[in-house]
Design a binder for this molecule. Structure first.
Ligand SMILES: *[C@@H]1O[C@H](CO)[C@@H](O)[C@H](O)[C@H]1NC(C)=O
Ligand SMILES: *[C@@H]1O[C@H](CO)[C@@H](O)[C@H](O)[C@H]1NC(C)=O
Ligand SMILES: *[C@@H]1O[C@H](CO)[C@@H](O)[C@H](O)[C@H]1NC(C)=O
Ligand SMILES: *[C@@H]1O[C@H](CO)[C@@H](O)[C@H](O)[C@H]1NC(C)=O
Ligand SMILES: *[C@@H]1O[C@H](CO)[C@@H](O)[C@H](O)[C@H]1NC(C)=O
Ligand SMILES: *[C@@H]1O[C@H](CO)[C@@H](O)[C@H](O)[C@H]1NC(C)=O
Length: 384
């Protein structure tokens, strides 16, 4: 490997304005191989200035193979501002493209235009700020579109118009504040939608109404304040909804009633924070208009089994003794408990005091509190 290029690439990781100096070393080449995912190009792309005037891709094919045999393009070494159209022009049959952590900032109209067979596109962990509204227009076979951990703040108008075969759309960990009302309408085949860890404040009422095949909606760690039942109504396959760590303080009573949702996780929302220390609250003591939430409490609780959360933590709801027992069990196994995204630091003192004095929960061995652990009580809703 060219040492100069290598040095340059490493330099990029630290000093971005070297781009200039290094710009002279634009390179685009493939290391071809036969792998379990088919004939593949391990792509080396050095293009920090975002040129789109490449005329070919270097590299030597395996004997008997040509550009049209390539089914899989993955990055082997990359630093590029954009995705030059030559990649899809060259490998028109590719079904998979994985260009993760490559510094990509822009997706153009022609980036994937010629990849009409594309099924799996993984662009996670880049710096994508914008993508052209027609970026995926020719990719009607696309089933997986992974754009998580980027810097997307705004979604273009109608960017998914031909993606009826999309099964999974992943926008986790971006900075999206706003969802255009019709944006998901074309995605009639979508099964899983990941929108967590964004800055979304409002859920337009009919935003999901076309997603008749959606079974899982993941929107935790946003800034949602209100949940309307008609945001979820009439979605026959919807089974699992993750809404924890939002700022929800109002929930339409019909929310759970109207759907077949089995698992609705509402931990760590505003409406529950006042109830943190009240582990012995009974259903009857809740506000009358919140009864519905508690009628469905078991179903809501079953939503606690999110991938990040220890299932035992989620079973803490219940009688006093059970709470104590479970926390003890927990402390034996986990001396140090992880703090998931939380704002506990400032409340910690108060929280500990309250739990210790009011509920006599043994927490001495826990050096850090899992925020969600104590909010489960409010896993229902609106306990102000
Ligand atoms: C391809 O290789 C040649 C010879 O090493 C080099 O001059 C050229 O810049 C390379 N082109 C690309 C696009 O990497
Ligand atoms: C090309 O790929 C093969 C197998 O995937 C690997 O063993 C080899 O080191 C790669 N060569 C270069 C120059 O990256
Ligand atoms: C692409 O355009 C840039 C800027 O105009 C130029 O420096 C570079 O040589 C061009 N590359 C090719 C392969 O034509
Ligand atoms: C690569 O794999 C294909 C399909 O399995 C096979 O037909 C071809 O001969 C292989 N080529 C090489 C060079 O190993
Ligand atoms: C809905 O999902 C199922 C699998 O869960 C799949 O077989 C079916 O084709 C999908 N329907 C649409 C309209 O994409
Ligand atoms: C919710 O469903 C229960 C039983 O299925 C019913 O008694 C109750 O009236 C419903 N509540 C609303 C607000 O629709």
């Amino acid at each position: 490997m060219n040492l100069k290029v290598l040095v340059c690439v490493f330099a990029f990781m630290f000093v971005s304005n070297l781009s200039f100096v290094c710009g002279q070393n634009e390179a685009l080449s493939c290391n071809y191989s036969n792998s379990s995912s088919g004939y593949s190009c391990g792509l080396k792309i050095i293009n920090p200035n975002g040129f789109n005037n490449f005329t070919g891709i270097n590299g030597t094919h395996l004997i008997g193979m040509t550009d049209i045999d390539v089914l899989h393009v993955y990055k082997s070494l990359s630093n590029t501002l954009n995705i030059p159209s030559i990649i899809c022009e060259t490998f028109q049959n590719t079904q998979t493209i994985e260009l993760t952590a490559s510094g990509i900032q822009i997706i153009d109209e022609d980036s994937f235009q010629k990849c009409t067979k594309l099924q799996f596109l993984d662009l996670k962990n880049n710096k994508i700020r914008q993508f052209h509204k027609n970026a995926f227009k020719e990719n009607s076979e696309l089933a997986y579109l992974l754009l998580w951990y980027n810097q997307i703040t705004e979604l273009p108008e109608d960017p998914f118009s031909n993606l009826q075969k999309l099964v999974r759309l992943d926008f986790e960990l971006n900075q999206i504040t706003n969802l255009p009302e019709n944006i998901f309408n074309p995605l009639t085949g979508l099964s899983i939608l990941y929108l967590e860890r964004n800055l979304i404040e409002v859920l337009p009422r009919n935003i999901f109404s076309s997603l008749q095949n959606m079974s899982t909606l993941v929107m935790h760690n946003n800034k949602l304040k209100i949940l309307h039942s008609d945001s979820f109504g009439h979605l026959p396959k919807l089974d699992e909804v993750h809404m924890y760590s939002n700022q929800i303080d109002a929930i339409d009573e019909r929310l759970i009633n109207n759907t077949g949702i089995n698992s609705f996780n509402l931990q760590s929302n505003l409406c529950v924070s006042k109830d943190i220390t009240d582990n012995s609250v009974t259903r009857e003591s809740m506000r009358a208009d919140l009864k519905l939430c508690f009628e469905n409490y078991d179903r809501i609780m079953s939503g606690c089994a999110d991938g990040n959360i220890d299932e035992r933590v989620c079973k803490l709801e219940g009688k006093h003794e059970e709470v104590i027992k479970d926390i003890k069990a927990l402390t034996e196994e986990n001396e140090q408990m992880r703090l998931e995204i939380n704002n506990l630091a400032k409340e910690k003192q108060e929280l500990e005091e309250n739990i210790l004095t009011q509920n006599k929960i043994f927490i001495a061995a826990i050096t850090e509190l899992e925020h969600q652990m104590f909010e489960l009580k409010g896993c229902g809703c609106g306990c102000q």
